[in-house]
Write a protein of this length. Structure first.
Length: 200
């Protein structure tokens, strides 16, 4: 079972003007594609080739010898989740999820500020995530490099922000804050987050 790179859920120019087609071309077409290629090369001819992507990640996470495989496989998952966390159709927040955001962050605006601050404060490369715990309480976490909430059994990811420089540098240069504001205000896939949140 080779690791696949799913097709983007929208056209490469669909997120403009906030994320350009050129950025998507490089980010999805080169960076994400390279992680998929590398991960497949590392599992080829091994028993891991028959496992699902999450199982490959969890297996590799517990074995230091498989660190290279973990980095590439986890990046496959993280990127797939990131693409699905974005949508060109600006959405309202479904009521149940909105209530949870108000409960756990004081307001939707409070969540947005906290999400922005967490992503902006992630030193170097990494990710910011909105996750739900076992009790369906919401929390914002950050992970460095290829680390992923899949290795944290109490976390169920709902949304993520990619803060590796290749996610924004062509459009925003070093202005990570501007990229984050654009995505949080205009591109978050609240419908997906609400579906995951309800699927307890």
């Amino acid at each position: 079972m080779a690791i696949q790179q799913p097709k983007l859920p929208y056209e490469m120019n669909a997120l403009e003007p906030y994320i350009s087609a050129k950025t998507i071309e490089f980010h999805y077409g080169k960076h994400h594609a390279t992680y998929v290629k590398n991960a497949n090369n590392l599992i080829e001819g091994t028993p891991l080739a028959d496992l699902s992507l999450p199982k490959i990640i969890l297996t590799a996470a517990s074995d230091t010898v498989l660190k290279g495989l973990f980095n590439n496989a986890a990046q496959c998952f993280n990127h797939e989740f990131y693409w699905n966390s974005l949508t060109p159709k600006k959405q309202g927040i479904p009521s149940e999820l909105e209530g949870a955001l108000v409960r756990d962050f004081g307001s939707v605006e409070g969540f947005k500020k906290a999400f922005h601050a967490a992503a902006l404060g992630q030193f170097g490369s990494g990710w910011a995530w909105l996750v739900a715990d076992r009790d369906n309480r919401l929390e914002i976490i950050t992970t460095g490099n290829a680390e992923t909430p899949l290795t944290k059994p109490a976390c169920r990811p709902l949304l993520c922000l990619d803060v590796w420089e290749h996610a924004y540098y062509l459009d925003y240069q070093n202005r990570r804050a501007d990229y984050l504001t654009a995505v949080i205000d205009n591109l978050l896939n609240w419908d997906m987050a609400a579906r995951i949140y309800k699927a307890t």
